[in-house]
Design a protein around this ligand. Structure first.
Ligand SMILES: Nc1ncnc2c1ncn2[C@@H]1O[C@H](COP(=O)(O)OP(=O)(O)OP(=O)(O)O)[C@@H](O)[C@H]1O
Ligand SMILES: [Mg+2]
Length: 482
């Protein structure tokens, strides 16, 4: 249950707000005295603070300073009857999340509180990831409320990269198909950066109507356009000294891209309808699931902006290219959902796990997560069987055993193409011989396993003579003892 702290010496308003939030299911603490409230904040964690500006003893701005000293992350909404722009700017500079001018209507209240709580969750859901190189065996125990899971080599490279770049104060461009974990990685970077005590704000560029976007990003002055009744602080300004995550950045219009580039280069912004510039210091993390190079080529994304943003680029591979991560992810989601739904620990049958591992997951980790969530909710008892998994039938037909020879070969080729660059990096001499040996060794061991170590049968399966098989095995042993 999220905890809201209300601070106001006006008993009437305090009562109204308490009831309003209690009815919405929040845990509410209402205090009439700022000093008592500051004591409460030093003892307890709140998710949101609503602070009156004008109080006896301590005014809102000074109270804000003290609150921010104790807890820099919890969003504070200042309530004021004196809605001057100067006061607003001062409050924002000192780290208030937003302000409400009394008397406020319930719509504004609900919207601003909703946003502030979302930002609070983004900042406080710490994302942990295993330390790469070497990965400790029990890495999923890494601290954090959320985890990046997976120990495939591709993921280990990502952990390593996050570790290397998180603390460097540069822009990062994250690419990857939908559902691969771009936002999760962005949060992990933030939580491991030097800006971790400052705001993290995520903006989904695809979700904001073009007409509102500029104001959303840079803010607007009161009266800047019809309907602009109050001064609004934009995301960039609100994020000063923090990290701004621009998700689906390719959805941004070209004119806005130009303004963003300017803001990044000049480190200053201008509110819509404003007369001066405001300096901002924001680290930008950008993400897209589109082929960004193609977008640039097609003239839909400014090349200069792209260059600015991709000081470092980070690509998250689709789940089908790291299927060995599936069992770990399934375990992790089982754990999480059983706890979330207050169920006894669930287990998954081997056959069901096999089915999950063979599926191609076009919606990547998000699709797997939803599939496990459904299975946890639908399975009778605490064992998940094949029938509890809802994987599209059409896909099921494509399971490995049913693939045609040609499809299988194509799949194999695809996989090889994926790993060849790594192999080439691995060795600099005798590449051809080394790879052939590696393939042969893998084949022979797989065949032996299939045939319960019966060499005659394994040789038959591989289409080689028993002598050849023994010869190769001996050679391998010799190599190992070298
Ligand atoms: N490696 C991972 N370990 C654990 N959870 C993951 C992992 N990757 C993704 N997830 C989970 O999958 C879901 C989707 O991840 P996220 O929102 O980060 O993807 P995305 O790449 O931003 O997708 P989109 O392009 O659709 O916005 C989230 O619930 C996230 O927590
Ligand atoms: Mg996303």
């Amino acid at each position: 249950m999220e905890k809201i702290l209300l601070i106001d010496d006006d008993e009437g308003l305090l009562h109204f707000l308490s009831r309003f939030f209690l009815r919405k299911g929040f845990d509410v603490t209402a205090l009439a005295n700022a000093r008592t409230a500051i004591d409460a904040i030093s003892r307890e964690n709140f998710d949101l603070v609503m602070l009156d500006y004008k109080m006896p003893e301590l005014n809102g701005l000074d109270a804000l300073d003290e609150i921010k000293k104790i807890d820099a992350k919890t969003p504070v909404i200042l309530m004021t009857a004196y809605g001057t722009t100067d006061l607003t700017i001062e409050a924002m500079k000192r780290g208030a999340y937003d302000y409400l001018v009394k008397p406020f209507d319930q719509m504004d209240l609900t919207r601003i509180v909703g946003e502030a709580l979302a930002v609070n969750r983004q900042m406080k859901d710490v994302v942990g990831f295993p330390v790469a190189d070497p990965p400790p065996p029990s890495f999923s125990k890494t601290k954090g409320t959320l985890q990046i899971i997976g120990n495939s080599r591709k993921m280990q490279e990502i952990y390593k990269l996050i570790g290397q770049i998180a603390e460097k104060d540069v822009s990062i461009f994250i690419t990857g198909e939908s559902g691969t974990g771009k936002e999760l990685v962005a949060k992990a970077i933030y939580h491991h950066s030097r800006r971790k005590e400052k705001p993290f704000i995520a903006v989904n560029c695809a979700a904001i109507p073009e007409a509102l976007f500029e104001s959303e990003l840079f803010g607007h002055e009161r009266g800047a356009f019809t309907g602009a009744e109050r001064t609004v602080i934009g995301k960039m300004e609100r994020c000063d000294r923090g990290t701004l995550f621009l998700d689906e950045i390719t959805e941004m219009s070209l004119p806005l891209q130009a303004k963003l580039l300017r803001a990044i280069q000049e480190k200053e912004i201008e509110r819509v309808g404003g007369s001066g510039t405001i300096s901002v210091d924001v680290r930008i993390l950008a993400a897209t699931n589109k082929d960004i190079e193609k977008e640039v080529e097609a003239g839909r994304f400014r090349q200069d902006l792209y260059w600015r943003l991709k000081v470092i680029s980070l690509h998250i591979p689709p789940l089908r290219e790291r299927a060995q991560d599936i069992p770990l992810l399934v375990d992790y989601f089982l754990d999480r959902f059983c706890t979330e739904y207050n169920l006894a620990q669930c287990f998954i049958k081997d056959s069901a796990l096999k089915k999950l591992s063979a599926y191609s997951w076009p919606g990547n980790v998000r699709e797997l997560e939803n599939c496990v969530r459904r299975a946890v909710l639908l399975s009778a008892g605490n064992v998940i069987a094949e029938k509890d998994l809802m994987i599209p039938e059409a896909e099921e037909e494509k399971r490995l055993s049913d693939l045609s020879r040609e499809q299988l070969l194509n799949r194999l080729r695809e996989k090889l193409e994926n790993i060849v660059p790594d192999i080439l990096r691995l060795s600099d001499q005798d590449i051809h011989a080394n790879i052939i040996e590696l393939v042969e060794e893998t084949l022979i061991h797989a065949a032996l396993r299939e045939c319960g170590d019966n060499q005659v049968q394994a040789a038959k399966m591989l289409g080689i003579s028993r002598n050849t098989l023994r010869h190769r095995l001996k050679k391998q042993q010799d190599r190992q003892t070298e």
